[in-house]
Design a protein around this ligand. Structure first.
Ligand code: NAD
Length: 365
């Protein structure tokens, strides 16, 4: 297998690259623009592998994509490149429309041009796997329902609307042109190498520096959480064994209120952070803060904030025999430990120094 991964320097993409290099014999190419969310320092464990290569490119650049397809000759494309942060999509939707919609269209067309020149045997073995979110299904407020693969789309934010658009494009390219595509829609991921703007790393790092822990509204929003390595395994399972034209929901069976997640992090840090590792432990606080929980502050809710997402992941379990290995309790503990053990990674993200390494030795375009 020769797997071209877009967005491989991001949080989930880098987990997929690490998983493929460690556990398969596939050749892996990482195609990434290296936006603020792309970090080659998440890939130091694989960068010397002869089976790994990196192309710096933008998925809206058709010419660059044609060159990469011709050079790498993939058997599979796993498309993760996206603008992914809901708050940023509210402040400035333009990049979300450009990358998530126009970029997915441009990538589909490049894949189709490449695919149309393959032998019929190679054509039927080729896969284009589009990685998407459960946020396309909208809000389950006030119900006990779960999102299934046939739930109607009802996205609420510019981010989820742009991902919904890209899902529709991928489905249409399969129906109209016969490109062998697959789609997965997954719930919230968490784990190592997560960019600190997202809920869990943001809270861990704020807590460690004695900063307030801002919780939107009353913190009652419910999300399903999946450990990122479980997602990476699910994605490779679908890309290699899924049925063409099908959609698979992926989730962790871990519905939690946001406030519950933040409180869990506070408890774990209280137990796990070594004395002296943070402002609180050093007694630096002047506001009588003695427990990380005391840092929780409630802030004005995000506009259009969905109240509840919950996913039915029984199809991937039934058809492809995938189940998550981590419970929320084990996964969140591993995550906190990883942030405690790897300050050099997140300190370079917080300082912006990670961007200095963006033209690594393996850059090919
Ligand atoms: P991320 O923001 O951490 O990484 C995105 C990567 O895409 C970055 O490396 C960035 O440099 C790259 N990128 C952005 N624009 C690009 C462009 N125009 N051309 C090439 N590369 C570009 O995102 P993530 O959290 O790893 O999410 C990956 C995918 O999974 C996204 O498609 C997202 O919608 C989906 N997803 C994420 C979650 C989650 O909880 N994070 C859940 C379900 C689905």
């Amino acid at each position: 297998m020769r797997i071209l991964i877009t967005g491989g320097a991001g949080f989930i993409g880098s987990a997929v690259v690490r998983h493929l290099i460690a556990n398969t014999r596939a050749d892996v190419a990482n195609l990434d623009k290296l936006t603020y969310a792309g970090n080659l320092e998440s890939l130091t464990s694989v960068e010397d592998s002869p089976r790994y290569r990196f192309y710096q490119a933008d998925i809206v650049d058709a010419e660059a994509l044609d060159g990469i397809f011709a050079d790498f000759q993939p058997t599979h494309v796993m498309h993760l490149a996206a603008e992914s942060h809901v708050d940023r999509s509210i402040d400035g939707p333009a990049d979300f429309i450009a990358t998530n919609i126009v970029g997915t269209y441009t990538l589909l067309e490049a894949a189709r041009r490449y695919w149309s020149k393959l032998s019929s045997e190679q054509q039927s073995a080729f896969r284009f796997h589009h990685i998407s979110t459960d946020e396309v299904y909208g809000d389950l407020e006030g119900t006990d329902d779960l999102f299934t693969e046939t739930t109607s789309y009802a996205p609420s934010s510019p981010y989820s609307a742009s991902k919904a658009s890209s899902d529709h494009l991928v489905r249409a390219w399969q129906r109209t042109y016969g490109l062998p595509t697959l789609i997965t829609n997954c719930s919230n991921n968490y784990g190592p190498y997560h960019f600190p703007e997202k809920l869990i790393p943001h809270m861990i790092l704020n807590a460690l520096s004695g900063q307030p822990l801002p919780v939107y509204g009353d913190g009652g929003q419910v999300r399903d959480w999946l450990y990122v390595d479980d997602h990476a395994r699910a994605l490779v399972t679908v890309a290699t064994r899924g049925q063409v034209g099908e959609t698979y929901n992926i989730g962790g069976h871990n519905e939690k209120r946001n406030l519950e997640v933040v409180e869990t992090l506070c408890e774990l840090l209280q137990e796990m952070a070594p004395p002296g590792s943070c402002a609180i432990a050093k007694g630096a606080s002047t506001q009588g803060v003695v427990h990380y929980r005391d840092l929780i502050t409630f802030v004005k809710d995000r506009p259009g904030h969905d109240v509840r997402y919950a996913i039915d992941a029984s199809k991937i379990q039934r058809e492809l025999d995938w189940v998550p290995e981590e419970s929320f309790e084990t996964g969140i503990r591993k995550t906190v430990q990883w942030y405690l053990d790897n300050p050099e990674w997140w300190q370079r993200v917080l300082s912006g120094d990670y961007r200095l390494g963006r033209l690594g030795d393996k850059s090919e375009t």
